[in-house]
Design a protein around this ligand. Structure first.
Ligand code: HEM
Length: 196
């Protein structure tokens, strides 16, 4: 058993977590209607790109996969209007990388409480996705952390876990920035049309 392994992964990914959190707060703030739609769109994109390693990482620690459930909750919250952004689908990853992906996406339930509170304070839309994350959190997260600490990974594999988790955070940062750029391009066109 390696009780410190989660702590190692947490500190090795802390910078990118902070970056993802700040990009979301700046460009996809869940307390505004447009921001909340962008937040849901980004999460739909990341769950599409990483569905396979997410479910595999859950399976490694004995949890049922739920990427389909999360994505259908997101599609429902978006009213079927999710943007079809081309994404690189991650397949054929190893167990360590998959565990890292699952660390980031299972762990996203930790911030969901804060995000859910922002949405509730401003009521800006349906929250099936956040509610699903929160409903499962008390069962899934402790089991996931115990599985991460107990799995038989050597040092090199831990590097792979961190790589998997950071791939998720990087996708979120890139996707949030892209969707913000797309929205501001639309706004700019719109404004220039108005000023003509
Ligand atoms: C505005 C967006 C976000 C906010 C405000 C936020 C906030 C938080 C907070 C407060 C915690 C600590 C909770 C606790 O220890 O009780 C946390 C943990 C975590 N969050 Fe986020 N988060 C955000 C976005 C994300 C995203 C998009 C992901 C990944 C897809 C993510 C992944 C994680 C992970 C993996 C942890 C657990 C770290 C650990 O304890 O090992 N977060 N977040």
């Amino acid at each position: 058993m390696h009780p410190g392994r989660r702590a190692v992964v947490r500190s090795a990914t802390a910078d990118l977590h902070a970056r993802a959190e700040s990009e979301i707060s700046s460009y996809a703030p869940p307390n505004t209607p447009e921001g909340y739609v962008q937040f849901l769109t980004v999460m739909h994109s990341v769950l599409t790109a990483f569905a396979e390693p997410l479910d595999r990482g859950a399976d490694v620690v004995g949890l049922p996969g739920r990427s389909d459930d999360l994505r259908s909750a997101l599609r429902s919250d978006l009213g079927g209007n999710q943007a079809v952004e081309p994404v690189e689908i991650h397949r054929l990853t190893n167990d360590a990388f998959a565990l890292g992906v699952a660390y980031a996406l299972e762990g996203s339930a930790m911030g969901a409480k804060q995000i859910r509170a922002q949405v509730a304070a401003h009521y800006v839309g349906p929250t099936r996705y956040l509610d699903l994350l929160l409903a499962d959190r008390a069962q899934r997260w402790p089991k996931f952390v115990a599985g991460l600490d107990h799995s038989s990974l050597d040092h090199l594999d831990v590097v792979q876990v961190v790589t998997g988790a950071n791939a998720v955070f990087n996708h979120i940062v890139a996707s949030t920035t892209r969707s913000a750029t797309a929205t501001s391009a639309v706004t700019t066109n719109h404004q220039s049309r108005i000023s003509l």
